[in-house]
Design a protein around this ligand. Structure first.
Ligand SMILES: C[S@@+](CC[C@H](N)C(=O)[O-])C[C@H]1O[C@@H](n2cnc3c(N)ncnc32)[C@H](O)[C@@H]1O
Length: 223
């Protein structure tokens, strides 16, 4: 059984050849094959340990012919166009943007499904400023946690009108978990503001930015 987060990612995929970068346990590749969501999957990880566990899980499920395990950093394990869909999930948003940037030609030749654990603001900014468009975005929850899952492809997207929209895009407003997202962001911003206020050398620029984001968030709540 997949967790709600992994299941929501898997449900967005319909591929000939998918690649799961940072696969760890290979749960997504296994379910993609079992549910006919991909004909072949490349399951890649930078570390030998996770790649070994991935291999064991794939073998246990008798899927070694359909899921190939590769060891290496980011998209360097792929040839351009080799996978029509690339999944990068369960990592920080900044690491995801670095993985894309290191092999941007490969990233631009496929559909991307991205699930950043944090720094969604930085990731959206990176994507929109570097020739990608976010064609869809879903959210899933597990308790208090809210996960964003982005469908991304090469192309131009109009920049968001305000800085705050990179934090919480307006297109998420109709989502059933929008309220959960606002609550999560309120907790996150308040925690950062309180931390900054109690630090010895207050970073006023950062403090003002987070205060602005908190004010903008309250406007969203009252709309
Ligand atoms: C927290 S796990 C996420 C596993 C799975 N994708 C998920 O969403 O549950 C992150 C995995 O990414 C791998 N990883 C980290 N940096 C990587 C990179 N640059 N290239 C490939 N894999 C990487 C780690 O070794 C680890 O197995």
């Amino acid at each position: 059984m997949l967790t709600p987060r992994l299941s929501a990612i898997k449900n967005r995929i319909k591929a000939e050849v998918a690649a799961d970068i940072g696969t760890d346990h290979a749960y997504i590749p296994i379910h993609l094959i079992q549910e006919n969501r991909a004909k072949k999957v490349i399951a890649a990880d930078i570390k030998e340990g996770p790649a070994r566990i991935a291999k064991e899980n794939i073998e246990k499920n008798g899927l070694s012919k359909k899921i190939e395990v590769r060891i290496g950093s980011g998209l360097s394990v792929l040839k351009k166009g080799e996978a029509d869909t690339i999944i990068i999930a369960g990592m920080g948003g900044i690491l995801i943007s670095e993985i894309i940037d290191a092999n941007i030609d490969i990233a631009k030749s496929s559909k991307l499904v991205l699930q950043p654990m944090n720094a969604q603001y930085e990731l959206r900014k990176y994507l929109i400023e570097n020739g990608f468009k976010i064609t869809g975005e879903d959210m899933e929850i597990e308790g208090f946690k809210v996960y964003n899952i982005m469908d991304v492809e090469s192309g131009d997207q109009e920049k968001f009108k305000t800085d705050f929209e990179y934090q919480i895009p307006k297109y998420l407003k109709e989502h059933k978990y929008f309220k959960n997202l606002l609550e999560k962001k309120q907790r996150e911003f308040t925690k950062v503001i309180n931390g900054l206020k109690t630090s010895k050398n207050i970073d006023t620029k950062k403090l003002n930015l987070y205060k602005y984001w908190l004010r903008e968030l309250k406007k969203y709540e009252s709309e």
